[in-house]
Design a protein around this ligand. Structure first.
Ligand code: TA6
Length: 320
């Protein structure tokens, strides 16, 4: 045998590629959802109705990170109470009149329209079994007749949900498919699951201006670094300089919510009375186990000319 330098070592049979993420479409009609599970057990569930993430489990699948009302409608007949409802093209009650969104329902139509599952898109490294990216699409053709009449504009949305071992990334791409420009707002109305609201604080918003909807929508400055919850909280923080807002439990970091091309964030807890008043909010004392930290572009409007595209979203790290 000829001795050669750098003789190739024995070529071992290529390693059988590690099992990749499992992606299934489950259920029928309005209850149809996409379930993706990593080989290590983490999972995400996305209801096609609203492209609503209804479950995100990290920590090998042992930790559910999202709160979902026990009376959440998961049949596609109304927006889901919990998980991550997608708010588009308007946040909150639309302008009373004279605006393209004025005839839309609160929080717009995206969270109560049937989205199309576009598929599991290839990650950079197809053998990457530590993450999976799911794409969902919505355009005019997917809207109800009422929504099409209320907002007669041509648009295309692609919403990507990427599950990794310790994080969930959700990003929307908005395209103006029509001839005329339009403006919109966008927000991810995320209901985080927590153990005890009395031990929760939200940090990373100090020095930011906010509109307090509990105090007649008056404007305030966030002085303390930590927001605590001892009653109803409904605040719209605007033009936040830093990218990350954190949720702590008992002083320990539980979630980092990282804004991606959006500058605003809503913090909301309905507390006792408002929780009781919502028919699909259950149990009544469920407010103790949830906090909404909702990133978005809701201060003013994003404007798109014909053919223009806008992208924004969030990356959430579960720190448990
Ligand atoms: O994001 C907070 C908020 O705007 C609150 O004012 C409250 O209305 C909440 O959204 C829930 O709205 P919904 O239309 O889902 O009942």
């Amino acid at each position: 045998m000829v001795e050669r330098a750098n003789r190739p070592s024995n070529l071992s049979a290529p390693k059988a590629s590690a099992p990749g993420p499992q992606v299934d479409i489950v259920g029928q009609g309005g209850s149809q959802k996409v379930v993706a599970t990593l080989p290590s057990g983490e999972s995400v569930e996305v209801l096609l109705f609203g492209a609503t993430v209804t479950s995100w489990k990290s920590n090998g699948g042992k930790t559910e990170n999202l709160w979902l009302s026990e009376k959440a409608d998961l049949t596609g007949s109304k927006a889901v109470r919990g998980g991550v409802p997608v708010v588009f093209p308007v946040f909150g009650p639309p302008p009373k009149s004279g605006h393209a969104t004025s005839s839309l329902p609160q929080h717009g139509f995206a969270r109560s329209s049937r989205w199309e599952f576009l598929g599991k898109s290839d990650t950079e490294d197809a053998l990457d079994s530590d993450s999976v990216k799911l794409d969902f699409g919505l355009d005019r053709s997917g809207l109800s007749e009422d929504a099409r009449k209320a907002w007669p504009l041509d648009f295309g949305l692609v919403y990507s949900v990427t599950l990794s071992k310790e994080s969930l990334q959700t990003v929307i791409t908005v395209r103006n498919e029509g001839e005329e420009s339009f403006e919109f707002q966008f927000l991810l109305h995320t209901y985080f699951k927590i153990q005890d609201i009395s031990k929760v604080s939200v940090t990373g918003l100090s020095g930011t201006e906010y509109v307090d909807k509990v105090l007649d929508a008056t404007t305030h400055q966030q002085k303390d670094n930590a927001i605590k919850f001892t009653g109803e909280v409904d605040r719209v923080y605007k033009a936040i300089p830093q990218d990350t807002t954190s949720i702590l439990e008992d002083g320990k970091p539980r979630f980092d919510v990282i804004r991606d091309n959006v500058k605003d964030t809503v913090t909301w807890n309905p507390w006792i009375e408002k929780a009781k008043a919502m028919g699909d909010f259950s149990p009544d004392d469920g407010y103790k186990n949830m906090v909404c930290v909702e990133v978005g572009a809701v201060d003013g409007w994003q404007k798109l000319e014909k053919g223009e595209v806008w992208e924004g979203g969030m990356l959430v790290k579960s720190l448990l």
